[in-house]
Write a protein that binds this ligand. Structure first.
Ligand SMILES: C[S@@+](CC[C@H](N)C(=O)[O-])C[C@H]1O[C@@H](n2cnc3c(N)ncnc32)[C@H](O)[C@@H]1O
Length: 246
């Protein structure tokens, strides 16, 4: 990732003979091949960039998008409270641009697998490109299927939902999950949360909890340190639940 300042970072592949053009001039990418991360490189206009190893959040934020993607603040909590880790078998829907899929897949490696359902084939193809860029395609199965019609996988550890009608998936998630498995549902509106929570209670899920995460960025500079004026006010609510055996 080429870093100029926090708002101007560029995720690119350093390939032989390739030039990267920015508003600050162009950079010959040849000069970066084989160099250590942290190396400084100068554009033809004399402007310095630093070559950094991309973090998971860079891949999530910089996913090419045709849908609203999951924000890293929500992704972090989804991973933390879902129990997902190396070896987990995870079902996800909808794939969208694959931003959340990227994070889930990152954490289930090397022995786990993510099965990601999406009804719109063009979104699946965007997600395939984003996951390929993050080198994660070996650990994920992208499926062009309507998840409200059923889930093929059984004995799964978690079902993670980010789609308009999560309550329609709850009975399928119950059949797919192992005892004690986790259901996670992200929804922008409270109406969706209420329908989903009611369905969870009717389907033997326990430990049902809903949270919202509000993140505020700070500008830190002596004499001027305070929260930034503008922030993302709302993304959505995250509901967690565990499957209990009947
Ligand atoms: C908000 S987007 C998901 C974004 C994704 N979490 C990301 O980070 O890129 C919701 C997606 O769910 C898909 N979707 C809606 N209903 C679906 C269904 N019944 N089965 C599978 N996918 C569905 C939509 O086509 C859309 O791509």
């Amino acid at each position: 990732m080429l870093y100029f300042d926090p708002k101007r970072t560029y995720l690119i592949a350093a390939e032989k003979g390739k030039t990267f053009h920015t508003h600050k001039g162009y950079v010959q990418l040849d000069s970066l091949i084989g160099k250590e991360y942290g190396t400084r490189v100068t554009s033809n206009l004399g402007v310095e960039f630093v070559a950094l190893k991309p973090l998971l959040s860079d891949f999530v934020f910089k996913a090419q998008r045709r849908t609203q993607i999951s924000y890293p603040k929500d992704v972090a909590l989804i991973v933390m409270f879902s129990g997902i880790g190396p070896g987990s078998r995870v079902v996800e829907a909808g794939t969208g641009a694959g931003a959340l899929t990227t994070a889930l897949t990152h954490y289930v490696r090397p022995d786990g697998r993510v099965y990601s359902y999406e009804i719109r084939p063009e979104f699946t193809e965007t997600a395939r490109r984003n996951l390929g860029r993050a080198n994660l395609l070996n650990y994920v199965e992208l499926k062009n299927q309507d998840i409200t019609a059923g889930i093929d996988e059984s004995e799964t550890d978690a079902v993670v939902l980010d789609l308009a009608t999560p309550w329609l998936v709850v009975p399928h998630a119950f059949s797919s999950l192992k005892g004690g498995g986790t259901l996670v549902s992200f929804s922008p509106t409270i109406d969706q949360v209420v329908k989903t929570v009611e369905e969870l209670h009717q389907n033997n899920f326990i430990d049902v909890q809903t949270i919202e995460c509000i993140m505020r960025r700070m500008q830190a500079e002596r004499g001027k340190t305070r929260p930034e004026t503008l922030m993302t006010g709302h993304t959505g609510y995250i509901t967690f639940a565990r499957k209990s055996l009947p």
